[in-house]
Design a protein around this ligand. Structure first.
Ligand SMILES: Nc1nc2c(ncn2[C@@H]2O[C@H](COP(=O)(O)OP(=O)(O)O)[C@@H](O)[C@H]2O)c(=O)[nH]1
Ligand SMILES: [Mg+2]
Ligand SMILES: [Zn+2]
Length: 358
């Protein structure tokens, strides 16, 4: 369903990427990963879409660090081998990426999408959006390095969209908040302009909030199945694949379906950017290690008392902060375990069998 005349530039290819690519396989061609299914990538190249498995060097790199697993939005070098197969030989270093914590018990992150210019948190206006959930996703969006945005969907379903949008703005300082509707078309042009002719937009949000509908509106065609629940509750069509879709006129959009829980991975800079109001207040606390829960002369608690800072927002920040701290401890623990393992290997090597002395 890809238009035949898409150029790499329309997908975001530029001189800086070209320079980086020149360091890799000369007989390869650049391409952008549109989707990944069980180790096979669909890559958009100058010649169209190619299906590629992973090259030997890439497999080694992934073995050493799973974060290097190719993902939607990556730029890679694709090679056609004379004997048939097509492989991704290398993935160019990501400029930005949305990373979430994977299953409990590991501290390895999962890259949801790479090389994004804008990351939009998608939340429906009806039923009323969950502000703390928006703050969590915004933390991820800020941490990605891309420009965060909030798209409030289904604006046609509510009469007080303005009021709700104001509440969301207070929970999203520094991010653009846009009301849109795929029914009336409101806000779609605004999102389209934010992407620009070479940009990439990723959509983050729970299922049912209108990500696929928004994607279809941007693409101008039914490229994704919009969830339809039959009266008997069966027959849901929800894709679970992350997919990069080129837009008419340039730029692309990545839908990230199937996000239930979104745990934070590394989130220091993301949290600071998502909560600049709390960070500024915290700087005025008496104790530098203030936990903002019971300490005297706590500027954050004082702001809650005066109504300058909402209790909900403070609790949301404390919760995310605790989670990020916990993840940081876990990754420290992983580092220590890895170092211990290396040390064991080394000492094994040096423990050469000694000849028994008589
Ligand atoms: N009224 C209205 N319904 C919408 C809008 N956008 C999406 N929907 C509906 O919300 C449901 C979920 O939409 P979908 O795009 O599949 O959400 P996704 O799970 O986030 O991809 C579907 O029934 C859509 O028809 C909108 O702007 N207005
Ligand atoms: Mg969907
Ligand atoms: Zn404090």
């Amino acid at each position: 369903m890809t238009a035949p005349t898409i150029t790499l530039q329309q997908l975001g290819w530029d001189d800086a990427w070209r320079r980086q690519a020149s360091a890799y396989a000369e007989d390869g061609v650049p391409g952008r990963v549109a989707r990944v299914d069980r180790g096979i990538c669909s890559v958009l190249t100058q010649e169209g879409v190619v299906r590629a498995s992973w090259g030997a060097e890439l497999l080694d790199a992934v073995g050493a660090d799973p974060v290097l697993t190719p993902c939607t939005g990556d730029w890679g070098i694709v090679k056609h081998w004379p004997d048939g197969p097509t492989t991704v030989e290398a993935v160019l270093p990501r400029r930005t990426s949305v990373v979430r914590a994977t299953a409990v018990g590991t501290s390895v992150g999962q890259v949801l999408a790479a090389n994004l210019d804008v990351v939009a948190v998608v939340a429906a206006l009806h039923p009323e959006p969950n502000l703390s959930r928006i703050e969590r996703l915004l933390t991820l969006a800020w941490q990605s390095g891309a420009r965060p945005m909030v798209t409030l969907t289904k604006a046609d379903l509510v009469g007080d969209a303005d009021l709700v949008a104001e509440d969301v703005r207070a929970a999203a300082p520094g991010a653009e908040v846009v009301r849109c509707s795929t029914v009336t078309g409101a806000g779609i042009d605004f999102v389209r302009r934010a992407i620009g002719p070479h940009g990439t937009l990723a959509l983050l949000g729970a299922s049912g909030h209108g990500k696929s509908s928004l994607t279809n509106a941007l693409v101008g065609a039914e490229v994704l199945t919009v969830r339809a629940i039959r009266a008997d509750g069966k027959g849901r069509h929800t894709s679970v694949r992350r997919e990069l879709l080129p837009l008419p006129g340039g730029g692309c959009v990545i839908d990230t379906p199937g996000l239930r829980g979104v745990g934070l991975q590394q989130a220091d800079s993301g949290l600071a950017a998502a909560f600049p109001d709390v960070v500024a207040l915290a700087a005025a606390c008496r104790f530098t290690d203030c936990t903002h829960q019971h300490e005297p002369e706590c500027a954050v608690l004082r702001a809650v008392e005066t109504g300058e800072l909402g209790v909900r927002r403070l609790e949301s920040w404390l919760r995310l902060q605790r989670e990020a701290d916990w993840m940081a401890t876990r990754s420290d623990a992983r580092l220590r375990a890895e170092q211990h393992e290396k040390w064991k290997q080394l000492s094994k090597q040096h423990r050469t069998p000694r000849r028994a002395h008589p």
